[in-house]
Design a protein. Structure first.
Length: 61
């Protein structure tokens, strides 16, 4: 289809090709934010803190 890439995307692709260590660092740092395991106590606390959803969101009681 289209092969358009923005200047930013081209720059980032070129930079990552020239600095492969940065790609590895990206993977490692991603794990700090997204690949976190919660313990069962935290999961239970999150579930207990949820509030029931109202039937109609915009109703002002």
């Amino acid at each position: 289809m289209y092969n358009y890439q923005s200047d930013t995307t081209q720059f980032l692709n070129k930079y990552l090709n020239e600095h492969p260590e940065e790609a590895q660092a990206q993977i490692q740092h991603r794990g700090l934010l997204w690949d976190v395991q919660l313990n069962s106590e935290d999961e239970a606390n999150f579930a207990a803190a949820k509030l029931p959803k109202k039937g109609y969101t915009y109703l002002t009681e």
